[in-house]
Write a protein that binds this ligand. Structure first.
Ligand code: DC
Length: 231
């Protein structure tokens, strides 16, 4: 079967990664979670005191970028690849609300974006890839064969994210999660470098009222049509 490249962009907590993983498993493609890369850089910035509630030493972080090495490793052929920051598995550490609170400002830095986009373009250079993020269809893989843009109301997204964090044992309030979702939307859509926007040739899917199964089947059908060259 002909292999294609699939770009999935959209607002935070729209379930991009869930559907991207499902698609990659079904099609036996490689899945690349680019948000994890921005989160790992943010974790590095927090651990090295470049960023905190009081300060943001952008220049210091930019100077240290060459010290940051990221890679994805699979535990076994059936498992999703996990992200490693300087040889350390940080897959769990990057998913906290604390990292979420600082990731959008870090993602505004052009030098950070340039470094990560280069690595993403290398990883996406072969067909048979599903990549999710904010700028995949517009900047990273502008020639992707299928582009999806996911959306849902901020309240619905905050509800989903809140449930996820509580299930993982984090002590958070729904209001804090909603504030974080809205703040990230604001920063992600208004930043100068590669703001979150729908590529002109992307198909928009609002999943506020959709369950995971329906959503997966709609997107899988779109992928199958593209693979078959029907649309
Ligand atoms: O998908 P996520 O919520 O894990 O992404 C975390 C943050 O990283 C998000 O708020 C914006 C940034 N990001 C980005 O700027 N570009 C990408 N391709 C992916 C994520």
């Amino acid at each position: 079967m002909r292999k294609i490249t699939i770009a999935i962009d959209g607002y935070s907590s729209t379930g991009k990664s869930t559907v991207a993983k499902q698609l990659a498993d079904w099609l036996e493609y490689v899945y690349i979670d680019t948000g994890a890369m921005y989160r790992a850089v943010t974790l590095y910035a927090l651990e090295h005191n470049f960023i905190s509630k009081e300060k943001f030493d952008k220049e210091g972080l930019i100077k240290s970028l060459s010290e940051i090495q990221l890679d994805f490793r699979k535990k076994s052929p059936t498992h999703k690849a996990e992200i490693f920051l300087n040889q350390q598995n940080v897959e769990d550490k990057i998913r906290t609300l604390h990292v979420s609170e600082f990731v959008s400002p870090v993602a505004t830095i052009s030098e950070v974006r340039k470094k990560l986009v280069e690595q993403q373009q290398k990883m996406g250079s072969e067909k048979g890839v599903v990549m999710d993020g904010r700028d995949i269809g517009t900047v990273v893989l502008p020639n992707a064969d299928l582009k999806i843009f996911m959306n849902a109301s901020a309240k619905e997204r905050a509800k989903r994210r809140y449930q996820e964090l509580v299930e993982r044992g984090e002590k958070v309030t729904y209001d804090d999660v909603l504030k974080n979702v809205e703040e990230r939307d604001r920063i992600d859509t208004t930043r100068k470098d590669s703001p979150l926007q729908k590529a002109t040739d992307a198909i928009e899917i609002d999943n506020s009222e959709m369950n995971l199964e329906d959503q997966f089947h709609i997107i899988l059908q779109l992928a199958k049509d593209r693979i078959a060259g029907r649309v």
